[in-house]
Design a protein around this ligand. Sequence first.
Ligand code: PLP
Length: 378
Amino acid sequence: MSDTAVYLDHAASAPLRPEAREAMLPFLDGRFGNPSSIHRFGREARAALEDARARLARVIGAAPAEIVFTRAGTEADNLAVLGRARESKGAPVAVSAIEHKAVLASGHAARDEGSPLILLPVDGNGVVRLDGVDAALEAGPAVVSVMWANNEMGVLEPVAEVGARCRAAGVAFHSDAVQALGKVPVRVDEAAVDLLALSAHKVGGPKGVGALYVRRGTRLHPLLFGGGQERGMRPGTEDVAGAAGFAAAAEAAEAERETAMARIAALRDWLEAGLREAVPGLVVNGAGAPRLPTISNVSVPGADPEALLMGLDLEGIAVSSGSACSSGAVEPSHVLTAMGIPPELAGPSIRFSLGWTTSDVDIARALEVFPRVAARVR
Ligand code: PLP
């Protein structure tokens, strides 16, 4: 077992940024008030919560009142898709075939409640087909959901084009920007999104904290019932420390985005070039489309995916197969399958994901270890 740990699984969860930790500490300690209380403890917590809301809103070009804090990205996606379906009572729901399970399973739940589910097809690189979006819009859906960037491949989706089409048709457009925030510009005004899901732990904030951007005028049925917090859209006492950590992490990621992403793109290119050279037959999935600089998804034909992951872990390299959020299953990923990638390639696929702590030492070590382990498990 190697004691050199190389973490190349930032898309599963990124290490906490020091800025986020600093921002959270006061609210884990002395400033414990409930933001809904009217006394000074409550007012102090309320001020911190509203400050976090305003700062997060600024990062994505929204108004503070359009940010609803949620319990993780999953809940934000559920609220967007199911909240729209319940609001529209029976209208179809259209989601792309390569969405994260947080969106896909919300689509299935909506279908079980009587909203027909339309799966939007993608091309061979995992990019949603605009003719499919046009066809779906003719059915008058309650919501169209197309993610900003895919979590398995890093492929960027044509959100501006989809948003423009939805806007013209008067249909609400939801985008899951959980993986995109801090890596590419995510501005709600530029993509005409009405709903946008975010998650703190993917940008170096705490786990279990998310947000849904809800454009003014977009009606949503809440999924939880209780006090009137978050304008009734997400009742429950807010996680003040979590919101403060989320805003600090998002700001830090955004402030360094251009320089950090140029550095990480170079590391990713080096990794892919090295792997292609050293591992015969290796395929980089989604490479024909614009991608996030942080994700590289490779298939090693003939390799046993589980043995590959375990072998890498034994050598201290942490990566994931398919989507980390649904790991445990070794079935080919639904994303690669939707792209038309055959099971013999989709099965043995590995996702490397780089982030703010990734260094050239990490990539050099991955390039040293991966070809050896891949050869062993073929
Ligand atoms: N959406 C995407 C694209 C993701 O990658 C993830 C997590 O991997 C989620 C949603 C869920 O976010 P959370 O872990 O905050 O529930």
